[in-house]
Design a protein around this ligand. Structure first.
Ligand SMILES: N[C@@H](CCC(=O)N[C@@H](CS)C(=O)NCC(=O)O)C(=O)O
Ligand code: FES
Length: 170
């Protein structure tokens, strides 16, 4: 699905790459903070090529489609201020620190880089603030909720099978 969408969107989707990280794997983010595969080279020019539109230019895809794909394809997806290695807000930083307690890949987009993406995420989740965390396609909430779930043990339970998938993949 990712590959087919990338093929369809061509260069434009290159400006909306996805980033994956985990406590175990890093070196994943371009400067824009948009999500991209760890195998895609860091391209500092990428974000300058991005011109926000409700439809991704040259395709029938909207930013909502991108968000839908993000949360479907990435078991742990966080929309945040800044990037996991350099959060630009204490709330986003807290959420990343909590998620980094688990051995799971974290995919992220920096909503500070794109106001339309930010609005699209808010509309999609019906949640007004960031960070926003999705696990296995389910909207979880922000930093307060993820911290509560961490402390109660609920997060460990929710991420358990993601960890297993990772271990099996190795
Ligand atoms: N209590 C919230 C804290 C998050 C929060 O209040 N975020 C604010 C400040 S960073 C926000 O995203 N405001 C809306 C905006 O910046 O568009 C949580 O649990 O995530
Ligand atoms: S950017 Fe000010 S509280 Fe998050």
């Amino acid at each position: 699905m990712v590959n087919s969408l990338v093929a369809i969107l061509g260069k434009r989707i290159a400006a909306l790459p996805t980033a994956r990280s985990s406590a175990a794997a890093s070196g994943y983010l371009n400067r824009s903070g948009f999500l991209f595969s760890t195998t895609v080279p860091n391209d500092p020019d990428t974000h300058e090529d991005f011109r926000p539109t409700s439809k991704v230019e040259g395709s029938g895809f909207s930013l909502k489609d991108i968000v839908e794909q993000d949360v479907k394809e990435n078991p742990v997806m966080i929309y945040m201020k800044g990037v996991p290695d350099l959060p630009r807000c204490g709330f986003s930083s807290l959420a990343v620190r909590v998620l980094n307690e688990y051995n799971v890949p974290i995919s992220a987009r920096n909503i500070l880089e794109n106001a339309e993406l930010k609005d699209a995420v808010k509309t999609f989740s019906h949640w007004p603030t960031f960070p926003q965390i999705f696990i296995k396609g389910e909207f979880i909430g922000g930093s307060d909720i993820i911290l509560d779930m961490h402390q109660s043990g609920e997060l460990k339970e929710k991420l358990k099978d993601i960890k297993v998938e990772q271990e099996n993949a190795e």
